[in-house]
Design a protein around this ligand. Structure first.
Ligand SMILES: Nc1ncnc2c1ncn2[C@@H]1O[C@H](COP(=O)(O)OP(=O)(O)OP(=O)(O)O)[C@@H](O)[C@H]1O
Ligand SMILES: [Mg+2]
Length: 269
């Protein structure tokens, strides 16, 4: 199940292995009377690197909010690993296999890197007493060991004891990814991971995400940088006004007249 699969090259003989790890079926979302996502369906195969793209306000972050349960859907169904998670509360979705980062960095700036990674683990902790432990007394616990390992794997061990607001933006973004990964989720949703990074940091991020996918994780990025998308992703879903207007490889969607039209005059060309 861990090998990389191409969404369009299904063999057809094994329906379970060929099933998408993440699947949206007819998902809609309205805020008051305003429908911001309309009848959205797409699937993502295990280990695939997918980009969700579209002009500003197209509904990309809202899709992540629906998958991670920040908002309930108005209609439709969301499945992870073949399980329906549509009604599962947000805090329990990490255990069901979905983890995410946010468009704006959500680290606690006056805590250390290690403490921030630890805080991210609270949805995984079953024992109330452990949740209530002050973060600083968690040192030496299983959670601290896992957090330290995660920072090491991400090449961030040297920053473990640093206070977040002393670190460059690019490092903070990487910490968010390390934190999202730590829950053991199969599907990683990253909202604009390359935004604000310099070319060197962007290149390092691309390599990091490639190796994460090679380990069998499924990555979905929302990204405006089309060069980044073209270099990293094999599967692209294009949204405009809350609707899917195209889906395919980066080269395929670039050729779609509706995509060209949606981006006309924008810098994403
Ligand atoms: N909580 C909310 N209440 C009302 N409207 C919302 C809410 N969240 C999002 N919207 C609206 O939904 C639409 C899609 O917003 P969303 O943030 O998903 O777009 P986006 O594609 O992520 O845009 P960007 O590229 O600027 O990040 C926008 O019109 C936005 O105003
Ligand atoms: Mg957004």
């Amino acid at each position: 199940m861990n090998e990389r699969r191409n969404a369009w090259a299904t063999t057809g003989d094994d329906p379970v292995a060929d099933a998408p790890v993440l699947r949206l079926d007819g998902v809609s979302k309205s805020f008051g009377g305003l429908e911001v996502i309309r009848d959205l369906s797409f699937g993502v195969m295990r280990g695939q690197r997918t980009a969700l793209i579209g002009p500003n306000g197209a509904g990309k972050s809202t899709v992540f909010n629906l998958i991670s349960g920040v908002y309930p859907v108005t209609a439709g169904r969301i499945q992870v690993n073949g399980e329906d998670i549509t009604g599962v509360p947000s805090r329990l979705r990490m255990r069901r296999g979905v983890s995410r980062s946010f468009q704006n960095i959500r680290l606690v700036s006056h805590l250390t890197v290690l403490e921030n990674v630890l805080i991210g683990q609270t949805p995984r902790i079953f024992k109330l007493a452990e949740v209530l432990y002050p973060v600083r007394s968690a040192r030496g616990s299983r959670w601290a060991r896992e957090a330290t390992d995660a920072l090491e794997r991400a090449g961030l061990a040297e920053f473990a004891g640093s206070q977040v607001n002393d670190l460059p933006y690019g490092v903070q973004k990487q910490i968010e990814i390390a934190r999202a990964l730590l829950g053991g989720a199969d599907v990683l949703l990253l909202d604009e991971p390359a935004a604000g990074l310099n070319p060197q940091e962007t290149e390092a991020l691309k390599e990091r995400l490639r190796s994460i996918a090679e380990e069998g994780k499924t990555i979905v990025v929302v990204e405006h940088d089309m060069q980044f998308v073209g270099a990293l992703c094999e599967h692209v879903v294009v949204l405009d006004f809350g609707q899917k207007i195209a889906e395919g490889t980066p080269a395929e969607v670039r050729r779609e007249p509706q995509v060209v039209e949606a981006y006309l005059g924008s810098d994403a060309e």
